[in-house]
Ligand binder design. Structure first.
Ligand code: HDE
Length: 685
């Protein structure tokens, strides 16, 4: 196999693909099956016979079809693609996949939620996993990140506690896929290292609009090591080409009922349509000599490196251009591990990272049933792999020869370790010395400065969303004591925030309201300054029989030119007929769809159409709900009357209307600009 072929993983997977179409059925032993609807019985009303091997095999396989879901990140969805560097990173790392801008490395990415079970909703308030497997010519490199750059805890030994607190409570297994319950908030109030992360978790970051519109972060500090052995501390970022955008909380909750698969559907359909999700890989680097120059410990995973202090350099791009063939074989069986590194990428002493290096293999052993999960098609490296490990459940390779140990003199079949020059992995020779102690470094003890930095960097609407999120979550807590403790914890972040939350949940507001401290900010933390473009946004066009064809046809064309996807919503499926006689196909009805599944609404003109829509409760609800979720609303001619009927203020923020046929071009341009804004927070709801 050509090591530089960007399709090399796909070609490897092809060897394992099976296609049942047009084939005759056999047993797993290859025996042709003549009948698949009746078990073998003694007489047509008699008992089933033990000798019915086809029944036994079929039922046994079915009985064993499930494997344990992941203990965290159970619900996920993957896609294939490639990564391509912009320039050689040789001055900083010898990792081969980061050397040559002409080389594309195949990748498989799995996005996930953390808390919910495999069948839970996509749009719950949660951290999102963003795990990437690079199939490099030097072996698999896994960047197993999240969409939030920091974490709840500083030491891996606390992970089981965090997860036990977050997951449904053990006595009644509630609530599903939600942190709004007593044990989670009890953990937060009593483990102050979580203060920074919980600010992110209550922010809009925890309810992304799409996997295609969220950032990814490696979280930990890693090391880049170059050919000469010089190292740099490095943090990894994924920056989405479409910008970072979120849902509003009410919408996210409704989508979880209307379409629990919202995010996976969005990813799947975008790839099917050729709207390939794209992310740039960015790195922040700090010289080894500068390790102690910051007012936070750069190895502390509850801290980020403010981008204004340590700029992000974009070093390549990742494009997801192929959907998986089978979710179980790919999304479910893929096994990530932050310890899967390649020469040129190394670890640091971050105690969270160190613990992860143990946990991931361990968890695959129970999840995938033995030590040979690396042989599963999705996990196999694209380069050859040889060692003396053998046997175990589900071993697939047939290792030839008498001796399976190194060194041996009987046969020359034992793989020899490679030197560093030959690509052998050599750990970075950091000098390590210390007493054996169970203790946290003093430099890890500031839990609030960056939580404050995050809060102070938010715009007003973002702050309002955070306050509401706290009020919702803590408001669901039953223990008054826990509620009070949370208010006290967040008063360390911001007294005004704590006061608002206290009022919202009926707790005692903080006594000391002095907030005269210096308010540092990092503008890069706010989503408001993100990329704002209309591409791939979804618009629901409301229309019925008697719509005006020229106007609707033109808006559909203009939206399409800008990469906006428009779908017609009406009373029934089938065709609607314009007043001029032309027909258009309806995509969804008011019953099968909902405004929460769209980014914007457009009401077509045409008197007859609008008269019909005015009688349709679903149409009015569509508009009112989209408005309350701050979405762009466009209307032309009689369409404006429907907005009025829905109680919408014409020409308010993000409401784009026109009654002049001659001005349609500029009207559409304004509507598309409004869609690009994502949401119109200045709207008074
Ligand atoms: Fe994970 N994590 N994690 N994690 N994690 C798992 O591995 C763990 C952490 C992350 O799509 C598990 O295969 C420990 C941080 C993602 O398959 C498990 C600690 C970050 C995924 C595990 C952490 C992550 C996982 C469960 C604290 C962001 C899903 C199933 C020391 C940098 C990967 C599995 C996928 C999955 C352990 C903390 C990201 C149990 C012990 C920090 C994206 O091994």
């Amino acid at each position: 196999m050509n090591n530089n072929d960007e399709n090399r993983k796909d070609k490897q997977l092809e060897e394992y693909r099976a296609d049942n179409r047009g084939k005759k059925m056999t047993t797993n032993q290859g025996l042709h099956v003549s009948e698949d609807e009746h078990s073998l019985k003694a007489g047509d009303r008699g008992p089933t016979l033990m000798e019915d091997f086809h029944f036994r095999e079929k039922m046994t396989h079915f009985d064993h079809e499930r494997i344990p879901e992941r203990v965290v990140h159970a619900r996920g969805f993957g896609a294939h693609g490639y990564f391509q560097p912009y320039e050689s990173m040789a001055p900083f790392t010898k990792a081969k996949f980061l050397q040559d801008p002409s080389v594309k490395t195949p990748v498989f990415v799995r996005f996930s939620t953390v808390a919910g079970s495999k069948g839970s909703g996509d749009t719950v308030r949660d951290v999102r996993g963003f795990a990437t497997k690079f199939y490099t010519e030097e072996g698999n490199y896994d960047l197993v990140g999240n969409n939030i750059p920091v974490f709840f805890i500083q030491d891996a030994i606390k992970f089981p506690d965090l997860v036990h607190a977050l997951k449904p409570e053990p006595h009644n297994e509630m609530p599903q896929a939600a942190s709004a319950h007593d044990t989670f908030w009890d953990f937060i109030a009593n483990n102050r290292e979580s203060a920074h992360m919980v600010m992110w978790a209550m922010s809009d970051r925890a309810i992304p609009r799409s996997y295609r519109m969220m950032e990814g972060f490696g979280v930990h500090t890693f090391r880049f090591v170059n050919e000469q052995g010089k190292a740099h501390f490095v943090k990894f970022h994924w920056k989405p080409k479409l910008g970072v955008h979120s849902l509003v909380w009410d919408e996210a909750q409704k989508i979880a009922g209307k379409d629990p698969d919202f995010h996976r559907r969005d990813l799947w359909e975008s790839i099917e349509m050729g709207n390939y999700p794209e992310y740039e890989l960015g790195i922040q680097m700090i010289e080894e000599e500068e390790e102690f120059k910051f007012d936070f410990d750069i190895l502390d995973p509850t801290k980020l490196w403010p981008e204004e202090m340590v700029p992000v350099k974009m070093i390549g791009k990742m494009v997801l251009d192929r959907n998986q063939d089978n979710v179980f074989s790919e999304t479910e069986q893929v096994a990530f591990h932050p310890g899967n590194v390649v020469p040129g990428i190394d670890f640091t002493n971050d105690p969270l990272l160190q613990g992860r290096l143990f946990s991931y293999t361990d968890t695959q052993l129970i999840r995938l049933g033995g030590p040979n999960f690396h042989e599963l098609p999705i996990n196999r490296p694209v380069c050859p792999f040889h060692n003396n490990q053998n046997d175990g459940y589900h071993r697939m390779t047939i290792n030839k020869g008498q001796a399976a140990y190194h060194k041996n003199s009987l046969q020359n079949n034992d793989p020899q370790p490679a030197s560093e020059e030959e690509g052998g992995y050599v750990h970075y020779q950091e000098k390590v010395e210390g007493r054996k102690i169970r203790q946290r470094s003093e430099s890890f003890k500031d839990h609030f400065s960056q939580a404050k930095l995050f809060w102070n960097s938010m715009t007003d609407p973002e702050k309002q969303h955070i306050i509401k999120a706290f009020c919702f979550e803590v408001g669901k807590v039953k223990s008054k004591s826990v509620q009070q403790q949370v208010v006290e914890t967040i008063s360390q972040v911001d007294v005004k925030l704590a006061r608002q939350v206290a009022i919202g949940v009926g707790a005692k507001p903080p006594e000391n309201m002095d907030d005269s401290v210096e308010k540092l900010t990092s503008p890069a933390l706010s989503q408001e300054k993100t990329i704002k473009i209309p591409e791939t946004r979804k618009v629901a066009v409301l229309a019925a029989d008697g719509f005006s064809y020229p106007g609707l046809n033109q808006v559909m064309e203009d939206l399409k030119k800008k990469g906006v996807i428009a779908e017609i919503i009406s009373h029934n499926l089938g065709m609607i007929k314009s007043s001029e006689g032309q027909e258009l196909e309806v995509t969804h009805t008011f019953l099968t769809s909902d405004s929460v599944l769209f980014d914007a609404i457009y009401v077509a003109g045409g008197k007859e159409s609008i008269d019909l829509l005015k009688k349709e409760r679903g149409a009015l609800h569509f508009i009112q709900e989209a408005y309350s979720h701050f979405k762009s609303i466009g209307a032309v001619n009689e369409g404006c009357d429907l907005l009025t009927s829905a109680g919408i203020q014409i020409d308010g923020p993000g409401v784009v209307t026109s009654r002049e046929q001659a001005n349609l071009n500029s009207h559409h341009k304004k509507f598309i600009d409004a869609i690009s804004q994502h949401r119109h927070w200045s709207r008074q709801i």
